[in-house]
Ligand binder design. Structure first.
Ligand SMILES: [Zn+2]
Ligand SMILES: [Zn+2]
Ligand SMILES: [Zn+2]
Length: 222
């Protein structure tokens, strides 16, 4: 993806051109949606502390996401991101391992944003940070109850990952996880532990916070 202003290549996962500083509106272009309408939202951007806009993506005759006009970050209610991916990315039958490995190398080569925990735009508690799907390299901020925040450029990256077959790898990882969980539950005589919304959606993803990671490891042992 190139900068719409100066044509320099954009860094992975970021909408901001390192060359001319232009913030490129690449996310909505990537999901091939012409914005049907925009109105003021009463939710606040967790990065800029400004009121966001409610943007109708025109899917299914009315599909609103919240977006910040300043940083171009997007907040998705539970299930919305999955739905946008479903309608934007055609079914992929094979993993393009070559392109995926190039993407992964790009992901870890640069980190356009310093790590900062941000607040859920709905309940204002600090959100968790997790890698979205297996090997996507995109760390998303999520609230268990209210949804997921993507910074500008991250949706474009997730769409790219889905197009090279990232979700196939994700499904395989989830299957492996489920098998090992099942094995563990059988050994321990438990019914399968039920995961809440955010967790089941990102069950195969790695935790970003060392503390949460340690807690999770602890609970999986117990
Ligand atoms: Zn530029
Ligand atoms: Zn913002
Ligand atoms: Zn919340």
């Amino acid at each position: 993806m190139d900068c719409l202003s100066c044509a320099a290549p954009l860094p992975a996962k970021s909408a901001k051109c390192l060359h001319c500083g232009t913030l490129n509106d690449i996310d909505l272009r990537t999901v091939h949606r012409s914005v049907a309408s925009t109105e003021a939202s009463d939710r606040t951007c967790p990065r800029c502390a400004l009121l966001m806009s409610s943007v109708d993506l025109g899917i299914d005759g009315g599909f609103f996401i919240e977006r910040c006009d300043q940083c171009l970050g997007i907040f998705f209610d539970p299930g919305e991101l999955e739905h946008v991916l479903k309608v934007s990315v055609d079914r992929v039958h094979e993993v393009d391992r070559e392109r995926l490995s190039v993407m992964i190398a790009e992901e870890y080569a640069d980190n356009p944003r310093p790590v900062k925990y941000i607040k859920c735009p709905v309940c204002e508690t600090l959100m968790n940070r997790r890698v979205f799907g297996a090997k996507s390299g995109v760390v998303v901020d999520g609230c268990r109850q209210h949804g997921v925040w993507l910074d500008g450029g991250e949706l474009a990256q997730i769409v790219k990952w889905a197009k090279v077959g990232g979700r196939i790898i994700d499904a395989e990882a989830k299957k492996r996880d489920a098998r090992s969980r099942q094995g563990r539950n059988l050994r321990e005589g438990n019914e399968g532990a039920k995961l809440s919304g955010f967790e089941s959606e990102y069950a195969s993803s790695a935790f970003d916070s060392p503390l949460v990671g340690a807690l999770r490891a602890l609970f999986s042992i117990l």
